[in-house]
Design a protein around this ligand. Structure first.
Ligand SMILES: NC(=O)c1ccc[n+]([C@@H]2O[C@H](COP(=O)([O-])OP(=O)(O)OC[C@H]3O[C@@H](n4cnc5c(N)ncnc54)[C@H](OP(=O)(O)O)[C@@H]3O)[C@@H](O)[C@H]2O)c1
Length: 371
């Protein structure tokens, strides 16, 4: 349990979730926080400061509470740490929060080395630690693989042997299974789709929403109007994880951090606000994929630009159409009145789209993807 004086080792603190998690963690009355950071031309400490700045103004925190940046790489033996850092963390850590991952849908081999080999290295490291720390893993709700039209409970979730839309979710499923079968004290949290609401950083907003400004160029899309995406804001993930860690005697070692059946919106419900946001003069037609035929495709995907855009968004369509929600009853019951605020998607989506609404940026991204 996270309490006064707990020493916490984190990975992935330069990323969206890890960065926000560390930012909140250091406001708590806990012990030392280390952050494992890959060195680049900039030092790990400089990279952590750069990440902190991307979050905007933060609550004032005394300098001695700042995380200690430790150079390393989860794909390497002993996490690539120097012998001194390795010994310091190994002897003193109480909680390990593993958020580092390769999150690309395209880089399959990097997904395997970072997510699977990375999990093995974290497990091995945890075994070597003196204080039998809790290993907390940021998994993903999408470890369920190819599923459609369902509301899944945690126990229906992890399917490493089933088909997956990409190696990212497959590698995360393998990693989760390794962690949960390790025999170590573990806590696995499975966020659904996490948006960077409240973080004033265009790059984080773009990570998931970059394709949205392009959609207005297409008058119709093979997206089921009645499908609902399960999306949550990053602070909900951070607060849920920290509150779980502060809960004595948790009933489970695995929780969805998701929107579930409460407040999930259909694309049809989101559509009017989307059209208004992009000043679209005619309604966008959403067509369930089973009804999307060659004639519709020829009618709506006509120009070279439209074809390029369609080729780009193709990778997202299976996810947009999954219509899978992840039941959050377990998290609600565990946290009770400490369940964090969970705003509806339309309350924060358009603020994020403001940051990615420039066609210029979207087109640059399209060109970089070579679509
Ligand atoms: N964002 C979502 O929608 C979402 C949803 C569900 C679950 N998750 C899970 O939540 C976790 C955090 O996701 P995120 O969105 O914050 O990811 P992110 O923004 O892509 O950040 C990934 C982090 O992992 C680090 N990393 C990658 N490879 C590494 C390596 N070999 N050694 C050490 N660090 C490495 C990155 O460091 P660099 O800065 O050096 O690249 C970065 O800090 C991941 O486990 C992800 O699978 C995310």
């Amino acid at each position: 349990m996270l309490h006064n004086g707990s020493n916490v080792f984190t990975t992935g603190a330069t990323g969206l979730i890890g960065g926000e998690l560390v930012r909140t963690l250091i406001t708590q009355p806990i012990g030392k926080v280390w952050a494992l950071v890959r060195p680049t031309d900039d030092s790990p400490a400089e990279r952590l400061s750069q990440r902190r700045r991307r979050s905007g103004p933060s609550a004032a925190v005394p300098a001695q509470r700042f995380p200690v940046a430790v150079a390393g790489d989860v794909t390497q033996e002993r996490l690539g740490m120097s012998p001194e850092d390795y010994e310091d963390v190994r002897r003193n850590v109480d909680i390990i929060i593993h958020s580092a991952a390769e999150t690309s849908f395209l880089r399959a081999s990097a997904c395997r080395s970072t997510n699977i080999a990375g999990a093995k290295n974290l497990i091995e490291f945890t075994r070597q630690c003196t204080r039998r720390p809790l290993l907390v893993c940021l998994s993903t709700a999408f470890v369920s693989g190819v599923v459609a039209n369902a509301c899944l409970s945690e126990d229906e979730g992890c399917r490493p042997k089933d088909d997956h839309h990409n190696e990212y979710t497959h590698s995360k499923a393998v990693a989760e299974e390794l962690v949960r079968s390790s025999g170590l004290p573990v806590l696995v949290v499975r966020p659904s789709v996490v948006l960077s609401a409240g973080v004033p950083d265009e790059q984080f907003a773009r990570a998931i929403l970059q394709f949205c400004p392009l959609l207005k160029e297409l008058g119709a899309l093979p997206v089921d109007p009645q499908a609902r995406p399960d999306v949550v804001p990053v602070q909900f993930v951070v607060d849920s994880t920290i509150r779980l860690l502060q809960t004595p005697h948790r009933r489970y070692d695995l929780y969805h951090i998701s929107c579930g059946l409460d407040g999930a919106m259909t694309y049809e419900e989101l559509r009017p606000a989307f059209e208004r946001f992009y000043h679209m003069t005619s309604p966008m037609r959403l067509v369930a994929p089973r009804h999307w035929n060659k004639d519709l495709h020829r009618t709506y995907i006509r120009t070279p630009d439209q074809r390029r855009i369609f080729a780009t968004i193709k990778n997202y369509l299976p996810f947009l159409n999954m219509n899978v929600l992840f039941d959050n009853t377990r998290l609600k019951q565990e946290l009770g009145d400490r369940f964090p605020p969970l705003p509806r998607l339309d309350e924060y989506l358009f603020g994020l789209l403001e940051m990615v609404s420039h066609d210029r940026i979207a087109r640059r991204w399209l060109a970089a993807k070579g679509a």
